[in-house]
Design a protein around this ligand. Structure first.
Ligand SMILES: [Zn+2]
Length: 252
């Protein structure tokens, strides 16, 4: 079955450069999510930011600011608005594969009421263990919204034809996963936060809260999946979403 892959950016994350493995005192990085369209329905990989963060007084934004972090988004770039620009009804999104449960990847779920979530079992369980959830910053208010949930363990072929395969890449959070998508646009590995940007492939500067040994193993594993023309789409890489977006952001 044919498949089309789009990328959407729903806001910017602001952080000290070191926190993103980048040079610079302060950096602003994009928060992307991905749309996989097939004749039988739409699947997302990640769900972007909570629409509530258009309001600078949103309560978790205030917490982030105490950690020297911030987010900016506007009403035109919520997950629902991004989908509508692609002529996709958010209520018709059938499933959302979550790389992990952080607010900038699961936050848009409230706008996708009819989707089934596809999550690694160990990630979902971590989200409900108070100590682990707090260590990794997994906030139930953004992901525990009553969606149907399909828990998977390890590698998982999403459509049964090899076109989209979940690849476990633990470490950023306990059950982080990436997604390999193959179609006539090419071979893309949607890395998620297993690697924030292309510099981190070399410098291996990972966030403080994460499990660095596991992140190194996961990133090594993802790199071995690369073939000659594989494109790695990193979690928050400003270069990949600048003048020439790494994936189509609109219908041609
Ligand atoms: Zn992220």
């Amino acid at each position: 079955m044919s498949l089309r892959l789009f990328g959407c950016v729903c806001g910017q994350f602001h952080s000290p450069g070191a926190g993103m493995g980048m040079a610079g005192d302060r950096v602003a990085v994009p928060i992307p999510f991905y749309v996989i369209e097939r004749p039988d329905g739409v699947t997302l990989f990640d769900a972007g930011l909570p629409a509530g963060m258009c309001d600078p007084e949103e309560s978790y934004l205030k917490v982030l600011r105490t950690l020297d972090l911030d987010v900016t988004m506007d009403a035109g770039t919520t997950v629902a608005r991004c989908l509508e620009r692609l002529d996709i009804d958010p209520a018709k999104v059938r499933q959302v594969v979550l790389s992990h449960l952080h607010f900038d990847h699961a936050g848009g779920l409230a706008e996708l009421p009819n989707a089934t979530l596809v999550v690694q079992r160990r990630e979902w369980e971590a989200g409900f263990e108070p100590e682990v959830a707090s260590q990794y910053g997994l906030r139930k208010r953004y992901f525990d919204l009553g969606h149907e949930v399909r828990l998977i363990d390890g590698e998982h072929d999403l459509f049964g034809d090899g076109s989209a395969v979940c690849v476990p890449s633990f470490g950023h959070t306990p059950g982080h996963q990436s997604l390999r998508v193959r179609n006539d646009q090419g071979d893309h590995i949607l890395v998620g936060d297993a690697c924030y940007n292309c510099q981190v492939v070399e410098n291996r500067i990972f966030p403080e809260f994460s499990d660095h040994d596991a992140m190194n193993r996961s990133l090594d594993g993802l790199l071995t999946l690369r073939e000659a023309d594989t494109v790695m789409v990193f979690g928050h890489d400003p270069d990949q979403w600048a003048d020439k977006p790494v994936l189509p952001i609109a219908r041609a």
